[in-house]
Design a protein around this ligand. Structure first.
Ligand code: ADP
Length: 467
């Protein structure tokens, strides 16, 4: 079964499945990065405004303000448009055609960014402006955002833009703005053979940047797709395992119940009087079957909770749930002379599934009674947090406590601390695991504080009920 699973998952061939996941990874990545690019451009537009203003008014460099501010306005306006258009492309009705549209939008943005960068550079010194290195950033962004082919296309756009600016200014086709005061008057970057040399070095830098970044990004994407496949496989195997445990524990429960009924009939002398020895043996068998039945019940509960995706939620009045649970536990608490207290639970309601929340409280209070010696005290307290509308429930006992090294593991399946095993031989080690699953399904948290020999305090949070 598992072998079949590793070759074919949900009816796809492994190759086709890999391709599908790769596509999912690419789409998710593109969506996130397009939003990131828009955010980055807002910052860039703000910085461009600051740099222009600062350079002119503070440094006093002779740069033409009007075209630069117009370029800056275009940058702001165009980013606003891209933001709006990006939102439209993401609309649900475009889900089928989203990816090609988003890719075209990403390509358009990088090309337009390169054109704008060239525009800003041209009006602020051309090759004399150190911001010319920002072409490298654009190549990195293109390589991260786009396919390898598209990244090389953007590299060509950058080469054309930069070449047109440099040689246009050199041959006098475009006016050159000399950064007087920033570059010494005697030096001019628009000289031969510096210009072609610098152009060559720059092109090779951009090319290497694209080559290296696309190689790294491709490898990362490959790794991410493989992780996604492994994750799906694990989920599938987990589902199969839960289903298997569910079926087995259900069958075990039915058979164990039948065995127990038969043993009870035998013990009641219905089938004839038992000798003392036979009675003792049957009693032990009945006790064991009772323990096994409880164990299987826990296993079944856990599998059911894991298999369920959604729970029906409604208002749950904590005072009522707590008193129902205490009613069930009155006898075991009475046998050990343990005092049970309820504090501040009146009028507190949470949003959740009543049966499951009763299960949580039953597990925690039952544990508190089991792991508390004679004449101890167990209390349940409800605390409403004012800020975020959550309710915290605290179950406190004066019992044996939990050793510090066991605390991180007690919510794991089948885990029992050493001191608990000495006090109580029987126990499945599944109760707290069930508690954690239920609380997590209600978007809450559960944790414990404990002092060995003094007692434990289990806390869990739940969303408060709002009408
Ligand atoms: P079980 O009680 O069947 O062993 P649980 O999952 O309910 O299983 O609890 C796991 C372990 O956590 C227990 O075996 C015990 O070591 C520890 N534990 C839980 N509640 C308490 C408590 N109130 N006081 C001390 N130890 C506790």
């Amino acid at each position: 079964m598992l072998l079949g699973c590793s070759r074919t998952v949900a009816g796809f061939s492994r190759k086709g499945y890999m391709e599908q996941l790769k596509q999912i990874v690419l789409e998710r990545e593109l969506k996130e990065r397009l939003r990131w690019l828009v955010r980055l451009r807002w910052y860039a537009a703000g910085c461009v405004f600051g740099v222009i203003t600062f350079t002119h008014f503070v440094f006093g460099l002779p740069i033409p303000l009007l075209p630069l501010y117009i370029g800056n306005l275009v940058l702001f306006g165009y980013n606003g448009l891209v933001h709006w258009f990006g939102g439209r492309v993401e609309a649900p009705e475009n889900s089928g055609v989203w990816f090609p549209k988003a890719r075209r939008l990403a390509n358009f943005q990088i090309t337009f960014d390169l054109l704008l960068l060239t525009f800003f550079l041209h009006y602020s010194g051309g090759v004399e402006n150190p911001f010319v290195f920002y072409f490298v950033f654009h190549m990195v962004i293109a390589s991260i955002l786009l396919s390898r082919k598209a990244a090389y296309f953007q590299f060509s756009v950058a080469v054309v833009c930069l070449g047109a600016m440099i040689f246009g200014e050199y041959y006098g086709i475009l006016p050159h703005t000399h950064l007087r005061g920033f570059i010494p008057a005697s030096s001019c970057f628009l000289e031969m053979p510096y210009l072609p040399g610098m152009f060559f070095v720059f092109i090779s830098t951009l090319l290497l940047t694209v080559y290296m970044t696309t190689s790294i990004v491709d490898r990362l994407r490959e790794g991410e797709s493989e992780l996604a496949v492994a994750n799906r496989k694990l989920q599938e195997q987990d589902r199969i395992k839960s289903q298997y445990v569910l079926t087995v524990s259900h069958d075990l429960q039915v058979s164990l119940s039948a065995i127990q009924s038969c043993l009870k009939v035998v013990l009641s002398n219905f089938t004839g009087t038992l000798s003392d020895k036979a009675r003792e043996m049957v009693c032990r068998a009945e006790e064991r079957s009772q323990y096994l039945l409880l164990f299987v019940k826990d296993l079944l509960d856990l599998s059911k909770i894991r298999a369920a995706k959604e729970f029906q939620k409604q208002e749950v009045r904590l005072s009522e749930t707590v008193s129902r649970v205490l009613q069930q536990l009155k006898r075991p608490a009475g046998e050990k002379d343990i005092r049970l207290d309820v504090l501040k639970c009146n009028g507190v309601s949470v949003s959740g599934n009543p049966q499951l929340l009763e299960h949580v409280l039953l597990n925690l209070i039952q544990n508190a009674i089991r792991y508390t010696p004679q004449k101890g005290r167990v209390s349940v307290e409800c605390r409403c947090s004012n800020g975020n509308g959550t309710v915290e429930v605290v179950v406190t006992d004066t019992g044996i406590g939990i050793p510090l090294e066991d605390i991180p593991r007690i919510f794991d399946d089948f885990y029992r601390a050493g001191n608990a095993q000495i006090l109580e031989k029987k126990g499945s080690g599944l109760g707290l695991s069930i508690v954690r699953q239920i609380v997590a399904a209600h978007r809450g948290e559960v944790w414990v504080e404990s002092d060995i020999g003094k007692g434990s305090r289990f806390h869990f949070t739940l969303p408060g009920y709002t009408e």
